[in-house]
Design a protein. Structure first.
Length: 154
């Protein structure tokens, strides 16, 4: 009799792909945060307050300029995902959003997943989102679960 090795489990490639997508998703999120951080600093220098002394700097936005920044933030995420199925960070990392249930990916679903970034972003740097992505079978954060979306390799 020939001793044969059992075939590799079918889940192994999916696990490797899942880990790869998770890593790319983290880099994409950090890229988007940096882009929006630059926008914030430029707006704070133009419309807010800033100070630099003793080797440190501080910028802030309040009132109308801060509300404008929040609007820009929403348009950045929702607009780019409606137009391109990806944010600039996801595009750089060759990722896109897709429907988890094979139905149409509507602007309302895209808006929902992005409005829930408020929860996923808690307490800082998307900690809730990171934990749910790591714990969920489909690599989803709370916004993805609610909107029935997934992030996949493009």
């Amino acid at each position: 009799m020939i001793d044969q090795q059992p075939p590799a489990p079918a889940a192994a490639p999916q696990t490797q792909q899942r880990g790869e997508v998770t890593g790319k998703r983290i880099v994409a999120a950090l890229t988007d945060i940096v882009i929006l951080g630059v926008v914030f600093v430029v707006m704070a220098l133009a419309f807010g307050s800033s100070e630099a002394e003793g080797g440190s700097a501080n910028v802030s936005l309040t009132g109308g300029p801060f509300m404008l920044y929040l609007l820009i933030d929403l348009v950045y995420y929702i607009g780019s995902e409606i137009a391109f199925r990806a944010t600039p960070g996801k595009l750089v990392m060759s990722l896109r959003i897709a429907s988890a249930d094979e139905t149409s990916l509507t602007p309302g679903r895209v808006a929902l997943r992005n409005i829930l970034r408020i929860i996923d972003g808690l307490p800082v740097l998307y900690l809730v989102g990171l934990v749910t992505v790591a714990a969920s079978k489909r690599n989803q954060r709370i916004g993805d679960m609610a909107a029935r979306t997934v992030v996949v390799a493009a």
